[in-house]
Design a protein around this ligand. Structure first.
Ligand SMILES: [Cu+2]
Length: 132
């Protein structure tokens, strides 16, 4: 009887621990996916300091200024070394933004630009860009 009671007492915390580690594994999967995206050229920067945009997946719009460092027609991206974006709590960084062909044709590597973009869990897309 004594041993059975002890086992029962031990089983409850073990079950909780298993549940907790399951949640951790899910969170790690999400992080791994985000890192993979960054490694794929979407966000070539020191990751980990990038504030996430909340968990509801809503897109946010913001504007920023920076210098074009790369234009990738295959990826459909413009990489910009941009300044801080206080409205969405972004630090200054170099990162890739999705941009359609028209936008990519409007700028060249080395251009100083101001631009508007939308950002969310699926990435960041430039909506307008202007050479300074
Ligand atoms: Cu950024």
């Amino acid at each position: 009887m004594r041993i059975t009671t002890l086992m029962t007492l031990l089983a409850a915390p073990l079950a909780l621990a298993a549940c907790g580690s399951g949640d951790d594994a899910e969170m790690m999967d999400d992080t791994a996916m985000a890192d993979g995206q960054m490694a794929g050229g979407q966000m070539p920067m020191d990751d980990g300091n990038m504030p996430m945009m909340g968990s509801d997946g809503a897109m946010q719009s913001a504007s920023a200024e920076g210098t074009v460092t790369a234009i990738d027609a295959d990826e459909g991206t413009i990489t910009i070394d941009h300044g801080a974006v206080p409205s969405i709590e972004w630090p200054a960084m170099t990162m890739g933004f999705e941009a359609d062909e028209q936008l990519r044709n409007d700028v060249a590597v080395g251009d100083k630009v101001s631009f508007e973009f939308a950002t969310g869990e699926s990435g960041s897309s430039i909506t307008s860009i202007t050479k300074k």
